[in-house]
Design a protein around this ligand. Structure first.
Ligand SMILES: Nc1nc2c([nH]c(=O)n2[C@H]2C[C@H](O)[C@@H](COP(=O)(O)OP(=O)(O)OP(=O)(O)O)O2)c(=O)[nH]1
Length: 135
């Protein structure tokens, strides 16, 4: 049993033609600052997970995509101090626009096997194996 609220966050691995994945560095001043994450965020009221992800990709990276281009990969389920994170991870191979760091400190295209070289939030670590298998 846990008395912590469940926080639903959606995240996305953009995958380029070379099978590299886009990761984004969390900015200073936020929780988990400096760590590399998958773009995404919390749902707003009335949004489906896919709606939320499409909105976050536009806000954070300036790229547009659509639900048909979002494929479920796996999910993270991890207890943080004040909440339990439930985070579906999607893969997206088709989008419009060139990703730019509108809300992050930096962006990086990384081969799946090299993701372990980048410090990520603890919830993300189990996701790497699934991405390596997929890509
Ligand atoms: N987007 C994203 N969030 C992640 C990942 N891994 C992970 O633990 N998280 C956590 C960090 C945050 O607690 C939460 C994401 O919330 P968020 O990005 O909407 O919010 P935030 O903490 O940046 O802050 P704010 O927007 O509320 O100001 O999920 C990940 O790979 N991507």
């Amino acid at each position: 049993m846990s008395d912590k609220p469940i926080l639903l966050v959606v995240a996305c691995a953009l995958v380029d033609a070379d099978r590299r994945v886009l990761i984004a560095q969390r900015p200073q001043g936020k929780q988990l600052a400096g760590l590399w994450e998958f773009p995404g965020g919390k749902l707003e009221p009335g949004e489906t997970p896919e709606d939320a992800l499409i909105r976050e990709l536009e806000e954070e990276l300036g790229v547009s995509t659509r639900t048909a281009c979002l494929a479920p990969v796996t999910f993270a389920s991890h207890t943080y101090e004040s909440f339990h994170l439930l985070m579906p991870l999607y893969a997206c191979r088709k989008w419009q626009g060139n990703p730019e760091p509108r809300e992050h400190a930096a962006l990086k295209w990384v081969r799946p096997q090299a993701l372990r070289d980048y410090p990520m939030p603890p919830a993300d670590e189990p996701l790497i194996a699934a991405l390596c298998d997929l890509l």
